[in-house]
Ligand binder design. Structure first.
Ligand code: ATP
Length: 326
């Protein structure tokens, strides 16, 4: 049987979509520079799929990505785009790509962004996804761009709250991001030596256990009690009121919020995002489509998007058990 002809790519586009994360700029830079080195033209698409549908498309060269590797956020901007969820929106996006000569796109974002990429690929635009989210909640990969920076930012903030909690002999409930996933809470909980770590995957909503734990620690002379609460559980302020009433210990909630999404990316985020961005550029050059780049068991790999979206991921049980003991 004759081999299917591989589509030849001449021009690629790159966009960032969904929530921003530190390291996205390093990924953009690598996509641009590796694609140029591969002999392709590169266009930047602003504000995710919204910018694509509004034709906010710019030419990019090596200089366009100078001095961005250490910047948080994304120089291209990002957005959530309802129109892309519709069949007409996807067809329009593919037509716009063709009108601008874009044969392939690198989409940097989370699972939702991958779904958009999957649909574009069915419309004949070659797509490669890169895992850009601080939440670490993409099943096919052990690493996502921005997670490392976010946990370090949160860890430093929690250390500071801990100092004042200790001075005032307070209980502090510190809420960290992560949407429905508890990875940021688990990592910071362990790294900050929290007394309780509440993550949506495991929490049984038994507040009495926490109250008993605080009372017991107080009896043993503990000066503070740090509870790391994941965004997926939320309600930290009302939880603080109930805990204070039940324990008599002054209890304050601190919601770290968007600070966790910003800031200069760590070395790990810059390095991994750079390697992954380069891989995405190479996959497009090879004519691949409907793939995502991932990190699995220490290796950089790629998966079919359909396969990646069907994968499941859970908090590692051993790590969670250890977090409770420490
Ligand atoms: P984050 O993890 O930061 O939330 P995400 O990529 O999962 O990132 P979403 O808001 O779920 O964030 O998706 C980003 C965009 O991808 C959406 O605004 C939409 O434009 C597109 N998208 C999401 N789901 C679909 C879908 N089922 N079909 C087509 N496009 C989609």
């Amino acid at each position: 049987m004759p081999k299917a002809k591989v589509k030849e790519i001449k021009t690629i586009g790159v966009l960032t979509s969904g929530g921003d994360s530190p390291g996205m700029n390093a990924a953009i830079r690598a996509v641009v520079r590796k694609s140029l080195a591969n002999g392709l033209n590169v266009k930047g698409i602003k504000k995710g799929y919204t910018g694509l549908l509004n034709e906010e498309i710019i030419d990019m060269d090596r200089r366009s990505v100078s001095e961005i590797i250490g910047l948080g956020g994304t120089i291209l901007g990002t957005a959530r785009c309802a129109e892309m969820r519709t069949e007409e929106g996807v067809k329009k996006a593919a037509d716009i790509c063709r009108a601008h000569g874009i044969d392939g796109i690198v989409v940097i974002g989370g699972d939702g962004s991958y779904r958009g990429a999957q649909k574009l690929s069915h419309e004949g635009i070659n797509t490669i996804g890169l895992p850009g989210t601080i939440d670490l909640d993409i099943a096919c990969t052990d690493y996502t761009i921005g997670f490392d920076t976010a946990i370090n930012t949160a860890m430093e903030a929690i250390d500071k709250v801990r100092d004042t909690s200790s001075s005032h002999e307070r209980c502090s409930i510190i809420e960290v991001m992560g949407r429905n996933a508890g990875y940021i809470a688990l990592w910071c909980g362990v790294a900050n030596g929290a007394e309780d770590i509440l993550i949506p995957e495991k929490y049984d909503y038994n507040e009495q256990d926490i109250i008993n734990h605080i009372i017991e620690n107080r009896k043993n002379g503990k000066k503070h009690h740090i509870i790391i609460n994941a965004e997926g559980i939320g309600h930290s302020t009302s939880m603080a009121r109930r805990i204070e009433a039940a324990t008599g210990m002054e209890t304050r909630a601190t919601i770290l919020g968007y600070m966790q999404r910003g800031g200069s990316p760590t070395c790990k985020d810059r390095y991994y995002a750079s390697v992954m961005g380069a891989m995405a550029a190479d996959l497009l050059k090879e004519g691949k489509t409907n793939r995502v780049v991932a990190q699995k068991n220490g290796q950089f790999v790629d998966f079919d998007i359909d396969e990646a979206l069907a994968m499941q991921k859970d908090i590692p049980s051993y790590e969670y058990e250890v977090s409770k003991i420490l």
